[in-house]
Design a protein around this ligand. Structure first.
Ligand SMILES: [Fe+2]
Length: 389
């Protein structure tokens, strides 16, 4: 079969102490003035001062913006506030330093400098007409992939649903990925962001949008994350584990940007919107039920997934291969204290309007058209029910 491939990525600078290049890279983007967006946890860990020092060393004027918020995912008002700071300050470069939410706010605020209106005007696919202020995106967790993607996710408080801006013009100019910055990340965040990265690769690998380039990166990152998520969770100071998780997550981010996620992410939006559970944790609770449902469409790829996860599948029937993959995923999830079902997540089946969730998830056609198995509202409802078991 012949494939047409479009492959997009920012300039990627990866490695131990890569952060030291921040000033030099900002200078290359023409920075005299930089807006550095970050959060309280990052500031407390001393990473903000560290980043600012590399900018100042190049003679760049730095204004710091600290994001304090009350939901795990940023609401659109947060972006509007940050965008107004970005618009007034006439910055040459905007730097996001933090977890996925801070990075998403940074990307969107930069876009709103050159594009009129508010975040809500740009929900959906390719709605941002112009590139914004140049961005350098620096993650302090390993998982979201936000440093290399064109996506940003925000809570629309009016309808209590998380929505996505997916526009090529949101793609960062430069991603600086330094594993050292993830050392201060607490175990629970290490686990939830790590499983998010695993799902970016695994979901994209099974999707209709997969191609030879993303498959290669997906398998490599699945293998890396399966091996190193546990050690990074068990001991945050384990530098080898942090290095491997940062690399695995970066590769998964590139996969996400070029092949995209599907069912698990679509089904997580209504759950996360209603219960405000962190992104990776919500995905974790839905993963096994989703993969169990779509496996029938992708026998060969399930076998490749098993091998990438280190399973021996010699002599196994396809049915047994699927069981092996689901068992391996269950072990991975449980070993880092994540929920393997919606019940594990603490959600009551009786108090949930499962049909309404399915209706909401089914609206995410941007994601669902990539699913290897065609899904009706009723199918999604069934998967939610299975995810409670
Ligand atoms: Fe994700």
């Amino acid at each position: 079969m012949f494939q047409n491939i479009v492959f997009q990525t920012p300039t990627i600078i990866f490695g131990i102490d890569a952060i030291k290049q921040l000033g030099e890279q900002a200078k290359k983007l023409g920075a005299g003035r930089a807006l550095l967006i970050s959060g309280p946890r990052v500031q407390k860990a001393g990473l903000l001062d560290k980043a600012a020092s590399f900018l100042k060393a190049e003679g760049i004027a730095v204004e710091v913006n600290i994001q304090d918020r009350d939901t795990p995912e940023p609401a659109t008002e947060v972006v509007e506030d940050t965008a107004s700071v970005a618009r007034k300050g006439k910055f040459d470069v905007i730097i996001g330093l933090g977890g996925g939410s801070i990075l998403d706010v940074s990307k969107m605020a930069a876009a709103l400098v050159t594009n009129p209106g508010t975040t809500k005007d740009y929900f959906g696919k390719e709605k941002v007409p112009k590139r914004g202020t140049p961005t350098i995106i620096v993650p302090t967790t390993a998982g979201t992939g936000a440093e290399v993607t064109k996506h940003a996710i925000f809570l629309d408080r009016e309808i209590n649903v998380k929505k996505v801006v997916a526009s090529s013009n949101l793609l960062p100019n430069i991603a600086i990925v330094d594993p050292v910055l993830t050392v201060s990340c607490p175990p629970a965040v290490t686990a939830s962001s790590g499983i998010d990265a695993f799902i970016h690769s695994a979901e994209a690998f099974l999707s209709k949008n997969a191609n030879a380039m993303t498959d290669a990166l997906a398998l490599e990152s699945i293998s890396t994350i399966t091996q190193w998520l546990g050690p990074a969770f068990a001991d945050g100071q384990d530098m080898e584990a942090r290095y491997q998780m940062s690399l695995g997550s970066l590769m998964a981010g590139v996969v996400l940007n070029n092949s995209g996620t599907s069912l698990v992410h679509a089904m997580a939006y209504p759950v996360g919107g209603e219960h405000h559970t962190p992104h990776g944790v919500t995905l974790s609770a839905l993963l096994i039920a989703c993969f169990e449902y779509v496996a029938v469409a992708k026998a060969e790829k399930m076998a490749a997934l098993a091998v990438a996860m280190g399973e021996n599948i010699d002599g196994l029937a396809p049915r047994e291969v699927v069981e092996r993959v689901l068992d391996a995923i269950h072990y991975l999830i449980k070993s880092v204290d994540l929920p393997a079902s919606l019940t594990d997540l603490g959600i009551s089946k009786e108090k949930t309007n499962i049909h309404q969730w399915a209706v909401e998830a089914h609206k995410e056609q941007r994601l669902l058209t990539r699913s290897p198995r065609v899904l009706s509202v009723e199918d999604i409802e069934l998967i939610y029910r299975n995810a409670f078991e």
